[in-house]
Design a protein around this ligand. Structure first.
Ligand code: XMP
Length: 509
């Protein structure tokens, strides 16, 4: 399978570079700059991209790489820090400018270059740098410049070495896609025929090789990632796979049954469902602090899950549905803690698996969904909205009891039904009901009621880091409200949350 290596020097756009390459139907693999040269040489890459990075090449702490990588005979494209590093490795000079060059900048092409094929002599690219290449290495030619930057691009075509100071991967770069296409197809001679089927085939073969005839156990949450990992593992090793599904009673209405049906019927595997809602409700009794609830749910989950695994399945391999963005986020370090997420289950020290398998670790979310579809997972599972690990535990504000969870499940089911029926679901990134724990006065028939309030939350967003409240038409909201009040016992009022993130968050807790 043809593939491109994205050698990661720590810049903020590294995932995006791989993304863009894959959008052009060439498989891109991201490896850290600490990967040994021999491993890269063995990797049979068609091309290598050095990413940007936050550092200065003269900083002793900055990431470097042995210059021999430029002698492998593999085309290399350096981007931003990657460009400066290439210049530095080959004896060029990097200087610190007084002013940062930042934003959309006119780039003027200086020579006929394969990298700039089909790109006008002058066009806008995205710049973000302070250091710049002040003297290019011997043999290189400057292929583009800007008003402030004497070397916006340089190249040594005989050795297939190319470098650009700007960022072709961001959409602000008018001809960024063309430039990447030129590198991939014009220079690296890729054919652009990478498909999800190839990924499935290669991964299945790798999994079979790695797992052999051992067992493998996977924690299934009902979310997209673990479901797709389960389907892939099932295709690879069938009944050697055991999926453990902990049903903590905090899923949406009927969700546990749907997950069980999907997996029992569709894929060969051993499916183990642990129903432990009562145990979770017991531990949550009297607790209303959100972080404490999260902690209890996380700890209980860990205990139930590992007790099951420890007793019966600790012989073989352990599988996880980790995807690429999880790895990046977990490596980030000290990002301020807003809410605790507990998606990844840590491994207890007393369980000794033969190894850990993470078949989706290099994929982005939408690629995971495409793999899921190709493997025949139900549409609803593949396109499922994000759902917090602690489930409805953080949507029932205050104390979580079986009764209040039931009320929320019913209200949420009505909301989902109406939004789907109205055809509005595709407009929304996430929508759900919340039980704020507020009682209000109402009147039903001739009687006064004093019952729960339900809040509706619906947002549109690209990345969940920021989100806007969705402008759902009043008619739909009206219908949702009257159906919830009529159909869900214990609720007499519905409100709509019109807060943006930030400063609010998507979830209420
Ligand atoms: P917030 O509330 O932080 O949510 O704006 C952003 C996205 O993350 C989901 N979320 C969680 N997911 N465990 C999870 O697995 C959690 O504890 C958790 N809290 C929030 C939320 O549903 C939204 O999609």
């Amino acid at each position: 399978m043809e593939k491109i290596l994205v050698l990661d020097f720590g810049g903020q756009y590294n995932q995006l570079i791989a993304r863009r390459v894959r959008d052009l139907k060439v498989y891109a693999e991201i490896l850290p700059y600490t990967t040994p040269l021999e491993e890269i040489a063995r990797g049979a890459y068609q091309g290598i991209i050095f990413t940007g990075g936050p550092n200065s090449v003269y900083d002793p702490e900055s990431p470097h790489y042995p210059a021999e990588i430029l002698d492998l005979g593999i085309p290399v494209l350096g981007i931003c820090y990657g460009a400066q590093l290439m210049a530095y490795m080959l004896g060029g000079t990097i200087e610190h400018a007084d002013m940062r060059e930042y934003g959309r900048t006119e780039v003027a092409v200086q020579r006929k270059s394969r990298l700039f094929a089909k790109i006008p002599k002058k066009s806008m690219f995205w710049m973000s740098h302070t250091d710049y290449i002040s003297r290019i290495p011997e043999g290189f030619a400057v292929s583009a410049l800007t008003k402030d930057c004497p070397c916006a691009a340089m190249e040594l075509p005989e050795k297939q070495l190319y470098a650009v100071q700007f960022h072709p991967e961001v959409t602000h770069s008018e001809y960024g896609k063309q430039l990447l296409e030129n590198f991939l197809f014009g220079i690296c001679k890729c054919s652009g025929d990478w498909m999800m089927e190839d990924f499935i085939e290669t991964t299945v073969a790798d999994l079979r090789r790695q797992i052999g005839d051992s067992g493998v156990v996977l924690g299934l949450s009902g979310g997209v990632d673990s479901s797709v990992a389960a389907a892939l593992l099932s295709r690879a090793v069938g009944k050697q796979l055991t999926c453990v599904f902990v049903d903590h009673g905090l899923m949406r209405k009927n969700e546990g049954d749907l997950v069980e049906e999907a997996f029992r019927d569709l894929f060969p595997m051993n499916f183990v469902r642990i129903n432990c809602a009562d145990q979770f409700f017991d531990h949550l009794k009297g607790v209303s602090d959100p972080e404490e609830k999260r902690h209890i749910i996380g700890t209980q989950f860990y205990e139930v899950f590992w007790n099951e695994i420890r007793e019966r399945y600790s012989e073989g391999f352990f599988a996880q549905g980790t995807i690429y963005p999880d790895r990046i986020e977990s490596g980030k370090g000290d990002a301020a803690k807003i809410k605790t997420h507990h998606n990844q289950v840590g491994l207890p020290s007393d369980v000794n698996f033969k190894g850990v398998v993470e078949p989706l670790k290099d994929l982005f979310k939408d690629e995971v969904r495409r793999v899921g579809e190709k493997l025949g997972l139900p549409h609803d599972l593949v396109w499922r909205q994000p759902f917090p690990g602690p489930g409805l535990g953080v949507r029932v504000i205050g104390e979580v009891t079986a009764d209040r969870v039931r009320i929320l499940q019913e209200a949420d089911a009505v909301l989902r039904d109406e939004i789907h029926q109205s055809g509005y679901a595709s407009e929304l990134s996430q929508f759900f009901a919340v039980l704020p724990g507020v009682r209000t006065v109402g009147v039903m028939g001739d009687a006064r009621t004093y019952s729960e309030l339900v809040a509706i939350r619906a947002v549109t967003t690209d990345d969940f880091m920021t989100a806007d409240w969705a402008k759902i038409p009043y008619e739909i909201l009206g219908k949702v409200s009257s159906r919830i009040i009529n159909e869900v016992e214990g609720v007499n009022r519905v409100v709509y949350d019109i807060s943006q993130k930030p400063p609010s968050t998507v979830e209420w807790e």
